[in-house]
Design a protein around this ligand. Structure first.
Ligand code: MSP
Length: 645
């Protein structure tokens, strides 16, 4: 295999504290499609993804959950692994920044830069966005000193910090970009980066003393290495920068980073400056994609409009989702995600164009030729001719990460093939025995068009490609084949399998009704949830006396379906209370439980029993009736009678 046929592609490593969303899915699917395509073009592909696990947010989240940061990241990084499984991602490796193989490379690189004088100690003062873990330059701040990305207020911070002398290498970086105009794509991002660099790049602060959850600076454990310095190194660590120099030598010269437009400065300025300082050559390309909005609005947790890829896949199927993301928007541009647009594409591109071509062709081969693909004297046609230019155009588009163009081109071929049926009218040919050879020619051509279409869509829709492959009566996995080896006409003699509907059409009217109903149900549920009481003062609250008590005895009340009579021990006295929790516990389950009791409620008589207090529970209610219920109990042992406040 020649050296040119090596393709090393990376996704950003994702922050584990976020729930995986469509943005993460997008980058990773794009890398997956590029990888699968290159494999089908005979490349030795290495596809890396992973998780970014250090930093303030993790430390804070872990503290609030009573876990160690390591315990937390061990748990939550699995959300991403699960998503990649569900999205059928063919990554070759998954790196976590908490793995020793990563940590030791980060420390080695930091040390090398320190030893050669490119990292020095200084003091850093700046406006810092705690949630985003980044200092914000004054000229980039939002109104009222807020973070331009998340809009939250910035905090002034001053700390001792190590600095990376990146400024020293700026002229070299400018020269590199002048000579490599495609090293940042698309062009608009290249221009953005060039003007940013030419505007001046300061030395970067690369350590923090304000947090603990990070990689220690070698020789100065008071500092941890800044998360971005740490994270970027994953790309080199994963392919054996220290441990496997052969592997590193093989893949590194071919590295491509795929990122969102928001993180290009890290990838196209800081990272290359680090690499120049370390004496490592620069990435071949950094490809920046745009951002998705949802139905015209920025996605955010607070708006509750973040598109959940798991949900999309379960509602619409995996391949339609993958297809839609890459077909809908030119890669590099921003795009708007709308479920209606997705449904539209399922119906027109998938069910109609692709599904019909398959169905009609298989039906005809079955009816006219007993399910066996006939032979013909010369299978060359306008379709076979077109197929050559389609392959070339798809290749060019894929080399430029123009996934939408590639798919449009494939659909042009599918459309042309459908038209070929209308023009040649096989149903007429079938009625005239003198047209048998012509009919063979038509059927062979349609079969070949489908065989090629299945191969071409394989990187984007692996599952669908395989389903088509099986229906065409072909064995093996189209993804394991080489596009170059495709020869028009080789399918003659194959026996097809039963035709099955690839993508059932979605009835738009019904779909809209269902969506409306789901929306109404959701709004209703929300409304039910938010039934607030009027505001009270802290003094009002203090009038409620609540104490820790233990349930010592439980009895049924013969006249009541809902109530139990409970004996509770407050340490300083024993009491009888009635509680409407019979539907949720047996007496045995309750006996011995530590609970919180409201002790200064006026006694009431319930079903003939005097109740002297109320046990606190949390519950989910529907139409005023509890559907789920749990007792509130202290998190640790504490003496009975302790006051709750
Ligand atoms: N951990 C850093 C990356 C370190 S790489 C050495 C990070 N992680 S992230 O989880 O916040 O974001 C990862 C990617 O998701 C980014 O490329 C970002 O552009 C992308 N997206 C996040 N929201 C997005 C959309 N709404 N639309 C498209 N992509 C978006 O940054």
């Amino acid at each position: 295999m020649s050296d040119d046929k090596i393709f090393y592609i990376t996704t950003p490593i994702y922050y584990v504290n976020d729930i995986p969303h469509i943005g993460h899915a997008y980058t990773t699917i794009a890398c997956d499609v590029a990888s699968r395509y290159k494999r089908m073009k005979g490349y030795d592909v290495h596809f890396l993804t992973g998780t970014d696990e250090h930093g303030q947010k993790i430390q804070t989240a872990a503290e609030s959950k009573g876990k160690t940061p390591q315990e937390l990241v061990d748990e939550i990084h699995l959300n991403f692994k699960k998503l990649w499984e569900v999205l059928n991602i063919s990554n070759d490796d998954f790196i976590r920044t908490t793995e020793p193989r990563h940590i030791k490379v980060v420390q080695a690189m930091f040390k090398q830069l320190m030893d050669q004088g490119d990292i020095y100690k200084g003091t850093y003062t700046g406006y810092y966005c705690v949630p985003d873990e980044t200092y914000v330059p004054e000229n980039a701040m939002g109104p009222n000193k807020t973070c331009p990305d998340c809009g939250r207020p910035l905090t002034i911070m001053e700390e001792e910090s190590y600095f990376f002398r990146g400024s020293k290498y700026v002229p070299e970086l400018i020269k590199f970009y002048e000579e490599h105009m495609k090293a940042v794509m698309p062009k608009i991002r290249y221009n953005e980066i060039m003007s940013f660099i030419k505007g001046g790049v300061k030395d970067q602060s690369v350590s923090r003393t304000t947090l603990k959850w990070g990689i220690p600076v070698p020789g100065d454990e008071k500092h941890v290495i800044y998360v971005w310095f740490d994270a970027l190194i994953n790309y080199a660590a994963a392919i054996g920068y220290l441990d496997d120099p052969e592997k590193f030598k093989r893949y590194w010269p071919h590295v491509r980073h795929m990122v969102g437009k928001d993180i290009i400065r890290f990838h196209c300025v800081i990272w290359p400056l680090m690499l120049i300082a370390l004496g490592i050559n620069l990435p071949v390309e950094v490809m920046a994609h745009g951002w998705w909005t949802y139905e015209g609005e920025k996605m955010s947790k607070s708006r509750g409009n973040v598109v959940d890829p798991f949900k999309m896949v379960s509602e619409y199927g995996l391949d339609p989702f993958r297809y839609f993301l890459l077909r809908e928007v030119p890669f590099g541009n921003d795009g708007d995600f709308s479920e209606l647009a997705l449904v539209g594409r399922i119906n027109s591109d998938l069910a109609n164009d692709l599904g019909n071509l398959l169905n009609r062709t298989l039906q005809m081969i079955k009816s006219y030729r007993d399910g066996v693909v006939p032979s013909c004297v010369n299978p060359q046609s306008e379709l076979s001719e077109l197929s050559q230019s389609i392959l070339d155009r798809v290749d060019e588009a894929m080399n430029n990460y123009a996934f939408d163009e590639a798919l449009k081109t494939i659909w042009e071929f599918i459309g042309r093939s459908n038209k070929f049926i209308d023009e040649t009218m096989p149903w007429k040919l079938a009625k005239d025995s003198s047209q048998a050879e012509r009919l063979n020619f038509v059927l062979v051509n349609l079969y070949e068009a489908l065989r090629l279409s299945a191969l071409l869509i394989a990187p984007t829709m692996p599952g669908t490609s395989q389903r088509i492959w099986a229906q065409l009566g072909l064995t093996g996995n189209p993804l394991e084949l080489q596009l170059e080896e495709f020869t028009w006409g080789e399918g003659s003699g194959n026996t097809i399998n039963k035709a099955e509907v690839l993508f059932p059409r979605i009835d738009i009217k019904l779909w809209k009704e269902q969506k409306e109903k789901a929306k109404m149900d959701e709004t209703q549920a929300q409304e039910q949830k938010i039934e607030h009481e009027s505001e009270i003062s802290i003094d009002d609250f203090k009038t409620v006396e609540m104490r820790v008590a233990r349930v010592t005895h439980v009895e049924e009340i013969p006249r009541s379906k809902k109530l139990y009579k409970l004996e509770v021990d407050l340490g300083y006295e024993k009491r009888t209370v009635c509680s409407g929790i019979k539907a949720f516990f047996t007496p045995e389950e309750l006996t011995g439980k530590t609970v919180i009791l409201v002790t200064n409620l006026k006694p009431v008589k319930l079903c003939g029993v005097e109740s002297n207090g109320m046990i606190l529970c949390a519950s989910v209610k529907k139409d005023g009736v509890s559907e789920q219920l749990t007792l509130l109990t202290p998190e640790k042992d504490i003496p009975l009678g302790s006051r709750v406040s």
